[in-house]
Design a protein around this ligand. Sequence first.
Ligand code: AMP
Ligand code: MG
Length: 485
Amino acid sequence: MAMVLSNSYAELGGAFYQSTPPEPVKDPKLFLWNSPLAEALQLERILDAESPQLAQFFSGNQLLPGSNPMALAYAGHQFGHFVAQLGDGRAHLLGELIDRSGELKELQLKGSGPTPYARNGDGRYALGPAIREFIMGEALYAMGIPTTRALAVITTGETVYRETPNQGAVLSRIATSHLRVGSFEYFAARENLQALQQLCDFAIRRHYPELQGRGEERFVLLLEQVMDRQIDLVVEWLRIGFIHGVMNTDNTTISGETIDYGPCAMMGVYNPDTVFSSIDRAGRYAFGNQPAIAQWNMARLAETLLPLIHRDEKRAVEIASRCLEGFSDLFNDRYRRMMARKIGITQPQPSDAKLISELLQCLQQKRLDYTESFDRLTRSLTSPSLAQQLGRELGDWYEQWQARLSTDGELEQAQSVMRQTNPLVIPRNQQMEQVIRISTQQGDASAAEQFLEVLRSPYTLTDKTEPYQRTSPDADQGYRTFCGT
Ligand code: AMP
Ligand code: MG
């Protein structure tokens, strides 16, 4: 087979990872295969989607040519508390390949057996959460949001014990890199400046090549760029109602891609306090808290970079603080622009902030669904009966909005902007649970495949969309997600 993986992380040296092979599984079988991604990676030229070998390769039972399996070292702040040693406990980075557009992509197996970082974990992944990670990644990707993506889910034929016995699975994951804020924290905690600098230069080469050749300035510029991408990412999450659920620094990428879909969920009824994760009792990672947490995570990244930013600690703190202080303005500006587009305004004015916050208050008070409401507003621009209905439901607000739109430009353009900004369909919690239940119980992925097909065209109504637009009858009351996956 021609495909040969490279692994540039290996060149960083032994302090950065532990070389360790995946642990073979009993009876690997292909459950989900991501054809569009395989095509983007030019894999289907060499790997036949029908071949039994796929299950061997993406379970870790056989290694793809050139694989150099390793578990990466990282630390992290979990729910605000620093843990100096985390690392890939159940994942193996196999190497990297070049996709169709010439971009380098890393291939990692998750659930492929315990690594030296596993502590007490079993190194395994349950089928349900693996299906969920696959579907969520594809849904976000289709909505245009930076994310890691799953290439395959392989069932292992083994049982994984969580609260109950589950079928085991190995997920293969594609990312532009698996660098996390926690990767930097790992070396900062060990006061290993040389490794930190190596990591910075690796991140710059991989994600921010325009910073090469910027000398000592590159460290603060790296911070600025990572912050920039994290702001964009959170604004995008807020656009679609995504709640990550566990925004620890070890789950925050340097690339700005969404990673580690553990207890994530979608907000139905608009409420910034929405939180579904069973362990997040204080609501640290609630929907509306995500910008503040992203800012907090960037401060943790900044701390790791201080000794590189300037030799004089006081100067370093000043420089980093100036950068971090920019977070709020940048976020607010992009958030307002994004929200303005959700209501069809492309030339936002300062006064639009009030229009937007009044709409959100109204949705919250009337317990209206976030996704459905913006879709109805969009459609109302060409449906007089729906416009009338919304006029009754939203009162003065609807009239004010209409008046505002008439000053912004053509209604047709407003509607087209809204169509591009407001998804028609999202991976709703109850739908996701049902799809996972059916798929795991029947040992058949067709329910998941159908869901995926719909989620892959989030802005276009097809004859299959409608059933998946239905909101949950109990508005997700009592819905809970779990971390131990
Ligand atoms: P997470 O909460 O999934 O982001 O994981 C936090 C840490 O726990 C990471 O270091 C994971 O690699 C590790 N971990 C989670 N689940 C397992 C498991 N079943 N076996 C080994 N390590 C795990
Ligand atoms: Mg994680």
